[in-house]
Write a protein that binds this ligand. Sequence first.
Ligand SMILES: [Zn+2]
Length: 481
Amino acid sequence: MSIKIHDSAVRRIVQLETAEPGRVSMYVCGPTVYGFVHVGNARTFVWFDMIRRYLIYRGFDVTYVLNYTDVDDKIIDRARLEKITPEELASDCGRAFEQDMAALGVRPPDILCKATDHIAEMVNAIEGLVDKEFAYEADGDVFFAIERFAGYGSLSHRSIDDLRAGERIEPRASKRHPLDFALWKSAKEDEPSWSSPWGPGRPGWHIECSVMSVKYLGMGFDIHGGGSDLVFPHHENEKAQAEALTASKPFARHWMHSGMVQTESEKMSKSLGNVVVAHDVLARLPGEVVRYWALSSSYRSQVLFSEPVLHDAEQGYARWKTFFDAARYALGDEFPVRPDAPVRRVGEEGDGLVARFIESLDEDFNSARAFATIHDLVREGNKHLDATQRGDTEARATLIDATAAFLELTSVLGFSFTDTNAEGSGLRDQLIEYLLELRTEARGEQAFERADAIRVRLSDMGVVIEDTASGPRWRVSDEGR
Ligand SMILES: [Zn+2]
């Protein structure tokens, strides 16, 4: 088994090499829970969900850790505006994030860790860095001294001088070097704070990820992921802190970064004010369509979020869904069981289109090619629909195989067609109710033949009707499902 990934630390495609054979440990920087997640961020989480599913499919045991940044200036400011506590805001936004992720078919992480549950560990880590003189205290704040850490800038491939020229730096008299960053911030009035050797305060953002990733996965865990906007300073700082503290390398074996999402020509980020929040998008489009949009282009590419590309996604997904429905109708009881997500294909590499699908995703998750393969599979399956309905057993066997492969591959990509059927079942139920009303009316008019015809037709479709004192009751039999 050979999976290649683009490692952003070395900026090229490399073989995925894990600390333990057969296991992958992944840490992905999660949301700062102060508002709805924007669609660019949502795409990152959809992508890492898909990478996790694919690694499981290829036989790895995956441990996936995601964090919530639940203490931060933005949370404090927003909570103040909304006149609620930062904890309330963070927990509301965490819930909203989980709803959006569920709608997008993103599975919950194996371990979800919150910054505020790890303050003591962060204080310990900061003390360790101060002891080793990688950090210093100044007026109740603690800063990481970047010049003390050889190799600062190596992840983002920039020298300290380049970084200094490129970044807007808050001048702070107490800092020894303008790029030194806060590990601990002394508390201002009315701010949430915790006690520490440097007085009451709260941790800076970067230290939480160093501490929590190493706590749950250990130094040298396999994949650190996030959006490409996090490379500097966030990931550079995470790496410096962890490697300085433990005096060991590497912090993470591989780094994977997803491309940014653009609306028209601007990079989408909250600071630009051209934000499209996933929650609004999901209110008007099915999660499956947004997932299709997110995954149909390489995770590394910069992608456009616009009406025309969403329309393409809608049409692409509709082709899959139409095939799913048609095959289900044509195959009836022989419709293959949808595999429990995430499926696992160990040992054999599959054949034909399945092999091509695997080959595509083994190559740094080339999803465009994987999607094309599924479309080929659908085209193949569609060819055999009519003959299957005419009773051609050979066509039926081919269609069953194509459908089984289709269900396997789409579930690796995280598409579950049952969800949209559940939405559709509301309409189904209403139609059954309406037919029952017509039957009751017919009986009222003594038109027993017509009433009976309705009962028989419904029964043929697997709808069992039971007449009770309070009117007819119905259920769908197992064959009708
Ligand atoms: Zn992080």
